[in-house]
Design a binder for this molecule. Structure first.
Ligand code: LLP
Length: 425
């Protein structure tokens, strides 16, 4: 059988005209579990992780998976078992890491709006570090830590003011963003933190955006952060670790982001040149670990010729795959079984009652109703951002490992959707 790999999607390939995830044909999974169905390749996640680890070989570095990209318990288990830490942004994410067997000491708690209750719980379980994003948050964290009789390990998130050259909604390191503490206020924030009770300053961090496909923003941000480390240490405050956040992009289409190992080789050349190569490093990658490890299988329901466009109406929708509607994002769409027929151009759309409910525009496809399509690069920010709009239950999820397929999430039923609601008496 001839095998054709899908470029940018390791461990997904066509064999004899059928799309496989590792050794498992996707058609069989759709028949067994129904559609829409998310399917993830464990090996693909592990090979993405291995690229970072190659870049960090011989260094003191910790990889904390940014679980907002995909917070399903089965996915978290893969990273916990592989020895990763986690970057979390809410109390809900904290409970998920604990449920999946993650070690509390390997958790970084990020986010601009932590509540007192979230801080308390994080202190109780002993998270490794709070990435604090404002002076006001420093004050509250100190108060909460005093009240619990705990010491909070703190890193301050700085806003390096560099342009990550990505979509404005996912740029986070520019002056106009809500994230981090401004570069010029950083030293004052460290002094303030050092003077507050029950805080222990352990590091510095930054995160400049997401789906970054160039090296230069990282190199610029690193220079800006190292300037700050110099200034903070000159003021007598030790900075034990440097956390560079996440943000490395993936190939959805023709993008060619730098490979994680190559990027880190360059970053370490700079770090060594400036004398910081021996520090402890942390990173918080999300998308680059899971994005191209997942697909969403969907069935073609109807083909609808229109005056200006032909529509291919499928059973997945913006509630399952919100990125096109939110960011005009591109996801490749490929047939699960190849047909030898002339393709036609379609807008691939879902059943939700919104014109924004599209999954792909102007796609050349040879399809019939009943065919299965795979929406590619659906491992990151799809299920974790899925909603129940139009009272649609969220899809099921399967994790493939070699020949094995594990159902890691059942499809939501109507009863699941109504479970927390009460009728009026
Ligand atoms: N660390 C922090 C503090 C973050 O805010 C984020 C992502 C990450 C790490 C992980 O970034 P990644 O490696 O995944 O790029 N929903 C959007 C992406 C939002 C990213 C938010 N922050 C999308 O679908 O493109």
């Amino acid at each position: 059988m001839t095998a054709t790999a899908l470029p940018g999607h390791p461990h997904f390939e066509f064999r004899g005209g059928e799309l496989f995830a590792e050794r498992v044909p996707l058609r069989g999974l759709a028949q067994r579990y129904g559609t829409p169905l998310f399917v993830y390749s464990k090996q693909s996640m592990l090979s993405a992780l291995a690229a970072y680890r190659r870049g960090f070989a011989g260094r003191n570095a910790k990889i904390c998976y940014a679980m907002k990209a995909n917070s399903s318990l089965g996915v978290l288990q893969v990273f916990a078992q592989a020895g990763c830490g986690f970057d979390i942004v809410s109390g809900g994410e904290l409970e998920r890491v604990l449920a999946a067997g993650g070690a509390p000491g390997d958790i970084i708690f990020s986010g601009v709006g932590k509540t007192r209750a979230e801080m308390r719980r994080a202190l109780e379980v002993g998270v490794g570090c709070f990435n604090v994003e404002s002076e006001a948050e420093l004050d509250v964290l100190s108060e909460v830590a005093v009240a619990c009789g705990k010491t909070a390990p703190v890193s301050i998130r700085v806003n390096p003011d560099v342009d990550p050259k990505t979509h404005p909604y996912i740029s986070t390191g520019l002056k106009g963003n809500k994230f981090g503490i401004a570069h010029k206020r950083t030293l004052a924030a460290y002094r303030r933190a050092a003077a507050l009770p029950n805080l222990e300053l352990v590091g510095i961090d930054c995160h400049i955006g997401s789906q970054i496909t160039h090296e230069s923003p990282y190199l610029d941000a690193m220079d800006r952060v190292l300037d700050l480390v110099e200034a903070i240490e000159a003021a007598g405050i030790a900075v034990r670790h440097i956390d560079f956040g996440g943000g490395l992009g993936i190939a959805y289409d023709s993008e060619r982001p730098p490979p994680a190992d190559g990027l880190w080789a360059k970053l370490f050349t700079k770090l060594d040149a400036r004398g910081y190569g021996g520090r402890q490093f942390m990173i918080e990658p999300g998308r680059s670990l899971v994005g191209n490890a997942g697909v969403c299988l969907t069935e073609v329901l109807y083909l609808k010729p229109g005056e200006q466009k032909n529509f291919c109406i499928v059973d997945a929708a913006m509630n399952d795959l919100p990125r096109p509607a939110m960011y005009q994002a591109y996801h490749a769409i490929v047939p699960v079984t190849r047909r030898e027929a002339a393709p036609q151009t379609y807008d691939v759309v879902g059943p939700v009652c919104e014109s924004g409910d599209w999954i792909g525009r102007d796609r050349a496809l040879a399809v019939h109703p009943g065919d299965l399509l795979a929406v590619m690069s659906a491992g990151a920010y799809c299920m974790s951002m899925a909603s129940n709009y139009n009272a649609r239950g969220r899809a099921a999820e399967v994790l493939v490992d070699g020949h094995q397929a594990y159902l890691i999430r059942e499809r939501e039923t109507a009863a699941d959707l109504m479970r927390c609601e009460r009728l009026l008496r």
